[in-house]
Ligand binder design. Structure first.
Ligand SMILES: [Zn+2]
Length: 221
């Protein structure tokens, strides 16, 4: 595969392959592989990426098969423009569908263009929680914030409570981890039990006309 006249930038540091996540090959690693597929032999690529020769061959074969761009179907200026425009606003799968390419192809092209296809901000799900896309999976931001605060993963049974009850306020100071549903329910019920005292102290009142509680002295909304 070595082409005369193509000089390998041998000093380029190979990206680290992710081994524990779902995918071994990251877009960076794929882009690296493609850049060096013509100038480096597979044993050298294997050494630099820290994988077996067959892993390199399989990946190259897979990429050639699925990515039209290395079969000679180059990305047009118009397609690049579309990718730049759509990157970050919709998922990679959706971009791939619109452009008639594979997700891997879109990711690799995005790396080459220096465009991030990650959705930069989360979105609010219908249940009121902020969702984020991470490594192709959807996750609830408040759980992620809590995991970072605790320095460990959350157990699926654990619940993350929003202290001010505002589900979009994911500041770590507003989050509290509960061991399960019972403990979470207890947190919510404890607030309900404060109502008699809040009424008695005239901090809140019940507006019969509207059928809702209001802060005493607050402007009607
Ligand atoms: Zn809660």
């Amino acid at each position: 595969m070595r082409l005369a006249g193509v000089r390998c930038a041998a000093t380029e540091t190979a990206p680290v392959l992710r081994r524990r996540g779902r995918e071994l090959w990251t877009p960076d690693a794929d882009a690296f592989l493609q850049r060096h597929a013509r100038c480096c032999r597979s044993p050298e690529l294997a050494r630099r990426l820290g994988v077996t020769r067959s892993a390199i061959r399989n990946r190259l074969w897979g990429l050639r098969r699925c990515d039209r761009s290395i079969l000679g179907h180059r990305w047009t200026t118009k397609e690049d423009g579309e990718l730049r425009r759509l990157a970050g606003s919709i998922s990679v799968a959706e971009i791939a569908q619109r452009l008639g390419r594979t997700g891997a192809g879109v990711r690799i092209r995005a790396v080459k263009l220096g465009v991030s296809v990650r959705r930069p901000t989360g979105w609010v799900e219908s249940d009121g929680y902020i969702m984020r896309s991470r490594d192709g999976r959807r996750e609830r931001q408040h759980r992620r914030v809590m995991e970072r605060t605790l320095g460990r993963s959350l157990d699926p049974a654990e619940r993350v409570h929003h202290i001010n009850l505002v589900k979009t306020d994911n500041a770590s100071a507003n989050l509290h981890v509960c061991r399960g549903d019972a403990e979470h329910l207890r947190a919510h019920r404890s607030l309900d039990r404060l109502v008699p005292a809040l009424l008695e102290r005239e901090i809140i009142k019940f507006d019969r006309a509207a059928g809702v509680y209001r802060l005493v002295g607050a402007a009607r909304r």
